[in-house]
Every structure is written in structure tokens, then in C-alpha cells.
Design a protein around this ligand. Structure first.
Ligand SMILES: CC(C)(COP(=O)(O)OP(=O)(O)OC[C@H]1O[C@@H](n2cnc3c(N)ncnc32)[C@H](O)[C@@H]1OP(=O)(O)O)[C@@H](O)C(=O)NCCC(=O)NCCS
Length: 182
């Protein structure tokens, strides 16, 4: 597979621009990750301080710099402010697969924006990175995430019991997959 560190990965859709995430996205990241409703089904609790958002951002940037992930800031076209994040991570080059993750600032929900962003990321993953398979791990109660992945053609492939230990106890995962040939 290609060298993810240096790959050109800017993407455009009719309403959005996707670019690599940067330290200057800290405030926007905080706005997104501090919202309890957006974070309800996330694998970590909402952040309460901008320094926590900055720490998460730094980890994303370091992971991108190692070539372990590609983390995009989603912005409206012609604006630089991050309104969402998409990530490809857990790459397995030998098997040409990766996992996908995404979150959108709640002010922008239900306008078809994340659908647009994910279509662009999936197109890039299959056509530029030549991946064979993209996976997603979703809380069974996360209707929004399951809905958007269904609409994008992901198959629900199985229920993994007690996959995450969170504050409220053990949480199951619905595992979904999309193949290049789909
Ligand atoms: C999931 C999320 C990214 C959806 O973003 P969005 O831009 O609002 O989604 P879109 O407007 O592009 O919706 C596309 C389709 O997804 C489905 N969908 C989106 N939100 C939904 C919801 N709350 N309930 C049910 N279906 C939903 C619908 O099929 C929708 O198509 P439609 O509007 O024609 O009915 C957003 O709700 C979010 O950030 N949630 C919190 C973070 C999260 O859970 N991330 C996933 C972790 S695995």
C-alpha cells in the first residue's frame, strides 16, 4: 500500500472540503467532542476542557505522521473551520483493509453533509489507496451511524458482545463492512 504519511488526500464534494487535521483545529474539535449528545455512543466520554480536545488532536496528528491513519478535518467549501472529522485507521496493508470513523458538529446534522464526506473518503479509500475492505464498529443503539452506513451500502456482518468497557458497563458492537466490489 502507499505511504500514507505523504499522500495527497485533500478531497472536495459539492458542499465540503476535506483536508488533513491540524493543531489549529483545537477549538472546533473541543466544540464537537464536548457535546454530550454527539458523544453518546463514542468510545470515550465527552471532553470537558479544550486541553483534552487538544490532546486527542495531537494523538491524531501523531498517528497520521507515523502513517497509521488519515484523519481529515471536514470544512464547508471556502471556509477553513472544521465542522467534522473523518478518519481511516487500523490499516492492515497485507489485507488492504481499514476502519472508518466519523463525527459531525451537531449544528450541521441531517443536511446530508456527512454522507457527502464519507462518499468522498470511501471513493479515495477504494480508488487511491486501493483498499479491498472498509470496516465500521458501531454501538447497536447508534441509529444515526447505522443509518448513514446502511445508506452508503455497508453490510451489517455481526454483533460482537461486550466489546467495549465504558463508564456505564459493557457495550456491544455492530460490525459492518463494505467491499470494493460492493
Ligand atoms: C452519524 C452522523 C455523523 C450523521 O451525520 P449527518 O450529516 O447528520 O448525516 P446525513 O445528514 O448525511 O444523513 C445521511 C443518512 O444517514 C441516516 N441518518 C443520519 N442521522 C440519522 C439519525 N439521527 N437517525 C437515523 N438515521 C440517520 C439517514 O439515512 C440519512 O439519510 P436521510 O437524511 O436521507 O434520511 C452524526 O449524527 C454524528 O456526528 N453523530 C455522532 C457521532 C457518531 O456517532 N459517530 C459515529 C461513531 S461509529
Amino acid at each position: 500500500m502507499m505511504d500514507l504519511k505523504n499522500i495527497a488526500c485533500e478531497l472536495d464534494t459539492s458542499e465540503l472540503h476535506l483536508r488533513r487535521i491540524a493543531l489549529s483545529d483545537a477549538e472546533a474539535m473541543f466544540a464537537m467532542l464536548s457535546d454530550a449528545e454527539s458523544m453518546k455512543y463514542w468510545s470515550s466520554p465527552p471532553v470537558s476542557d479544550v486541553s483534552d480536545a487538544l490532546e486527542i488532536l495531537q494523538k491524531d496528528i501523531e498517528s497520521d505522521a507515523r502513517g497509521d491513519s488519515i484523519c481529515w478535518a471536514v470544512t464547508l467549501r471556502d471556509e477553513d473551520e472544521m465542522i467534522g472529522k473523518c478518519i481511516l485507521f487500523q490499516f492492515s496493508p497485507a489485507n488492504r483493509r481499514a476502519e472508518i470513523g466519523f463525527i459531525l458538529n451537531r449544528d450541521y446534522w441531517r443536511r446530508g453533509l456527512m454522507h457527502q464526506a464519507l462518499e468522498a473518503v470511501i471513493h479515495f479509500a477504494f480508488n487511491t489507496l486501493k483498499l479491498h475492505r472498509i470496516e465500521a464498529d458501531v454501538d447497536p443503539d447508534n441509529a444515526g451511524s447505522l443509518g448513514i452506513l446502511d445508506k452508503l451500502g455497508f453490510e451489517r456482518e455481526g454483533l460482537f458482545r461486550d466489546r467495549w468497557q465504558l463508564n456505564d458497563g459493557w457495550v456491544d458492537s455492530v460490525m459492518l463492512g463494505l467491499l470494493n466490489r460492493d
